[in-house]
Design a protein around this ligand. Structure first.
Ligand SMILES: NC(=O)c1ccc[n+]([C@@H]2O[C@H](COP(=O)([O-])OP(=O)(O)OC[C@H]3O[C@@H](n4cnc5c(N)ncnc54)[C@H](O)[C@@H]3O)[C@@H](O)[C@H]2O)c1
Length: 464
């Protein structure tokens, strides 16, 4: 797969999603909005709010990130994002700054979108949200509404309110709401513009009304709004992510069972998912869930439940199952190869899913770590996530082209479901590679084609 084909692939994905993105109306009452934290969520949120007509300032403590954005360089890969950032920046609706205090003072609405990463004990690290709360409190001069979007454990939003209040020496009135974010990396611009639902938790009707007005074009487009208390909104976010994590672990365990008795998990998933009460989505077995949300959010949910004396044994089981997933995958590879020691593995895909360059908690990185522990040599290829993976594994061998990754390898493992991997010419691979095994941990490849090219095919949830 050359660079040209890659570009075509991105072009197709972009234009498939693009028309509907631009179909929204503009808001009737544009607000002056500050978004604090310009990461995946903050940048997409700020850009999309500008696109529907608000005046938005995205701020961050990361000087390099802000200065790149000011020069039109987008720090993350998201379909459609670069064009929207450039457009709204040029039309003076989107600004980037490191002057957090000024940005807060000049807006009437503030969104908090800083990270809530996992602490060593598995809880959500709230130091960044509280630092922002303190800064907001110190800079309150006129009435403002603060919407928290960062994923925070139950009870945190009211603590944020307390911290703002403690530092609000001017005693300026303010209101607070919780608007959990449900976007999926890889399609986040589309998801922001066309979500299934928007959730807003608030203490008073004025705050939820303001939020409704801010996102009105999205609601006009058909999204449902769910107005709740703050505690319910906090619970909705964690319960949603945990439910999806449970669904993934469930189908992974069904896949294990299928492998033992000769059933095909794809047929089984179809048969299960056609029941509308269950649904097809998230019934795709694979190397386990990853990314910046499910692993940390399920853990934080369990920790918060534990503190409240509540048993979440189903979620606990799903987390345990996911933690064992990588070992299970490598066991199958090991039994196909005899031993992994000294074996050269071509690893296709580093991102935790397709259409993103995010490698946080990626199953691929777990595989690299375990393969290296077993003294195997890994060479990898990913169309866009290699730079991020090198931050975790600076010595990782990266192939500069797709076909180069196959040279000299003993086995090929597909770890990320990039569609370009479905277009591989396996006969050509056979010519350049001495590999005997292709392990499709995402079930995206054409088994027949691979076997006809002379490889031993292993899929998930089907006999090898
Ligand atoms: N990434 C997702 O897909 C996703 C989806 C839904 C919800 N969330 C939640 O949204 C939150 C943000 O996630 P993310 O993936 O965007 O994180 P991220 O790490 O990509 O971005 C966080 C940003 O906040 C900045 N920051 C930290 N402290 C700051 C401060 N005091 N002032 C200003 N900026 C500061 C960081 O420099 C960074 O740029 C998390 O709570 C996450 O769980 C993420």
């Amino acid at each position: 797969m050359g660079l040209f084909s890659l570009r075509i692939l991105f072009f197709i994905s972009f234009f498939c999603l693009k028309p509907s993105i631009y179909a929204l109306n503009s808001v009737k009452n544009p607000q002056e909005i500050t978004v604090v934290g310009t990461g995946y969520v903050g940048l997409v949120l700020g850009t999309c709010l500008a696109e529907i007509g608000h005046k938005v300032t995205c701020c961050d403590v990361d000087f390099q990130k802000i200065s790149s954005l000011q020069q039109g360089q987008i720090p993350i890969y998201e379909i459609g994002l670069e064009e929207l950032v450039k457009k709204n920046f040029a039309q003076n609706r989107l600004f980037f700054t490191t002057s957090l205090e000024n940005a807060v003072r000049e807006s009437n609405v503030i969104f908090i979108t800083v990270g809530t990463p996992e602490t060593l004990s598995g809880e959500a690290n709230l130091e960044y949200v509280f630092a922002v709360a303190k800064m907001i409190g110190e800079n309150l001069r006129t009435f403002k509404t603060v919407f928290v979007k960062s994923t925070v454990p139950m009870g945190t939003v009211l603590k944020i309110k307390e911290v703002i209040g403690e530092h609000n020496t001017a005693k300026t009135p303010f209101s607070i709401g919780y608007a959990p974010e449900f976007l999926r990396e890889g399609s986040s611009v589309h998801d922001f513009m066309h979500p299934d639902r928007v959730v807003i938790g608030a203490e008073d009707p004025q705050t939820s009304q303001l939020f409704t007005e801010i996102v009105q074009p999205i609601l006009d487009d058909g999204a449902k709004i769910c107005t709740t208390s703050i505690a319910s909104a906090e619970m909705i976010k964690y319960a949603s992510n945990s439910f999806l994590a449970v669904k993934i672990s469930f189908i992974n365990e069904i896949a294990n069972f299928c492998e033992e008795i000769g059933a095909d998990v794809e047929e089984v998933a179809l048969g299960i998912g056609l029941d509308k009460r269950i649904g097809q989505s998230f019934l795709k077995p694979g190397p386990g869930y990853g990314g910046s949300c499910f692993p940390k959010d399920t853990l934080a949910f369990l920790k918060t439940a534990q503190k409240n004396g509540v048993d979440l044994s189903i979620i606990e089981a799903a987390v345990g199952s996911n933690n064992r997933r990588c070992d299970k995958i490598l066991l199958r590879l090991e039994s196909a190869l005899g031993s992994l020691e000294g074996k050269k593995i071509a690893l296709l895909g580093l991102a935790f899913k397709e259409l993103t360059d995010d490698v946080r908690e990626s199953p691929s990185l777990k595989m690299i770590e375990k393969l290296q522990e077993k003294k195997a040599f890994v060479t990898s290829f990913d169309p866009i996530a290699s730079t991020n993976a090198l931050k975790f594994f600076p010595n990782l061998a990266i192939a500069s082209t797709l076909y180069e990754v196959f040279r000299e390898c003993d086995a090929i493992v597909v770890a990320t479901p990039w569609s370009l991997f479905t277009q591989i010419d396996w006969k050509k691979v056979k010519e350049v590679s001495k590999a005997s095994v292709v392990f499709d941990t995402r079930n995206i490849l054409d088994r027949k084609e691979i076997e006809q090219a002379g490889f031993f095919y292993i899929g998930i949830g089907k006999r090898g």
